[in-house]
Design a protein around this ligand. Structure first.
Ligand code: GDP
Length: 412
């Protein structure tokens, strides 16, 4: 029971974006607000580098790490690096396979760009629940509504717009939170603390906010039966009911919550983190993983439960200056301990689990074991390459049956 409770508070997420939309900045701000004790450096356009980032870059970890764990409001958020660039399709697919939900970051000026479109389609293929963060609303030419419209037209998404921006470009000072019907005004803090203050909705935005809230409820009614019932009865929905419906719709892949701000200016990152916790799934909310037996045919399911036989997927190999070869593994079922003999069922080889590490932004922590839902780095695996399954020798399963298309050779 305790384990299931803990698993319910885990969010394994990726951040996907077209290059330059602000993935790095958003990740930095998340790490900052989730408890990294460094201050954010001078905020100058184009030169926002947290001082700790430089130290970490030297050590070759942090967000260059394939997975980074942080804590937010009693939840564990594990950020899995999702390459945004189109050239790394196989890597993108593999990272999409091991995460449970994603945040798509958009440049509020450029809107939906080609690389996001690509990753979005790949995420469709793997049924990854997604929310959206429209970034850079401080920039000249930022247009939130146009970006939302592009999500509908280019991505075939069903945006659930949860905020109305208060001002754009230099005047972007906050948002109206349409669930709580209140204004959040950004503090733009470069120190720890809340990044917004709660205020009354500005009078000149009240009509627009009321209409946007109605639109939100209508969109929710289209994708959620219980909201539809209330909608038809013209009954009021409480903020808790709205949130629960948004969570159901997001996890079912029927809709995408949309929030906005400017990560670079420390505007809107905390409400986005709240939304990650509120609306994206835990490992318990996603279906059991499907694999096959070692005959390559018989279907097998592995549930996210520590009492199931151990299974995990190696999704990235990295070389760490101090630790040597590290294999990143998403554990899907059961428990694995340092020293355990497991099999690499993909290659039909025995492997011994060496040291197990939890990778954080600014440190790594050695653990003696890992369980379903965990994302860990394992030392000492000799034969394992990305895409391989590691599992209990008595209960073998092969998790990845991904086939990648042959490269297209153009004939002149
Ligand atoms: P990535 O390629 O998606 O990782 O994008 P980065 O996070 O590296 O950001 C690209 C550039 O946009 C950098 O110069 C950032 O400082 C800048 N940037 C990121 N977020 C914002 C924002 O909210 N507003 C503005 N004006 N610039 C931003």
């Amino acid at each position: 029971m305790a384990a299931a409770d803990a698993l319910a508070k885990v969010r394994n997420i990726g951040i996907m974006a077209h290059i330059d939309a602000g993935k790095t900045t958003t990740t930095e701000r998340i790490l900052f607000y989730t408890g990294i004790t460094y201050k954010i450096g001078e905020v100058h356009e184009g030169a926002a580098v947290m001082d700790w980032m430089e130290q970490e870059q030297e050590r070759g970890i942090t967000i260059t790490s394939a997975a980074t764990k942080c804590e937010w409001k009693g939840h564990t958020i594990q950020i899995i690096d999702t390459p945004g660039h189109v050239d790394f399709t196989v890597e993108v697919e593999r990272s999409l396979r091991v995460l449970d939900g994603a945040v798509a970051v958009y440049d509020g000026v450029a809107g939906v760009e080609p690389q996001t479109e690509n990753v979005w389609r790949q995420a469709d293929k793997y049924n990854v629940p997604r929310m959206c963060f429209v970034n850079k609303l401080d920039r000249t030419g930022a247009d939130f509504n146009r970006c939302v419209q592009m999500m509908i037209e280019r991505l075939n998404a069903t945006p659930l717009v949860l905020q109305v921006p208060i001002g754009l470009e230099g005047d972007h000072i906050g948002v109206v939170d349409l669930i709580g019907m209140r204004a959040l005004t950004w503090r733009g803090e470069t120190q720890k603390g809340e990044d917004y203050a709660v205020e009354e909705i500005p009078a000149d935005l009240l009509d627009e906010a009321t209409a946007a809230r109605e639109k939100l409820i209508e969109t929710l009614a289209d994708v959620d039966d219980s909201v539809m019932e209330k909608y038809l009865e013209e009954a009021e929905l409480s903020p808790e009911e709205i949130k629960a419906a948004i969570r159901r719709a997001t996890i079912a892949g029927k809709a995408n919550p949309v929030l906005c701000g400017s990560a670079f200016k420390n505007k809107g990152v905390q409400p986005m983190l709240d939304a990650v916790v509120d609306f994206l799934p835990s490992p318990l909310d996603v279906p059991a993983i499907e694999g096959v037996a070692t005959d390559g045919e018989t279907p097998l399911l592995r549930k996210p439960d520590k009492s199931e036989p151990f299974s995990g997927l190696a999704f990235k190999i990295q070389t760490d200056k101090h630790l040597g070869k590290l294999t990143y593994v998403r554990v899907y079922s059961g428990t694995v301990e340092t020293g355990n003999q497991v099999i690499n069922s993909t290659k039909d080889r025995k492997e011994r689990i060496g040291k197990i590490y939890q990778m954080h932004a600014n440190k790594r922590e050695e653990r003696s074991s890992a369980q379903a839902g965990d994302i860990i780095a394992v030392q000492g695996l000799k034969q394992t390459t990305t895409g391989d399954t590691l599992c209990d020798p008595a209960n073998p399963v092969i998790l990845e049956s991904m086939t990648f298309p042959e490269p297209v050779i153009e004939v002149a």
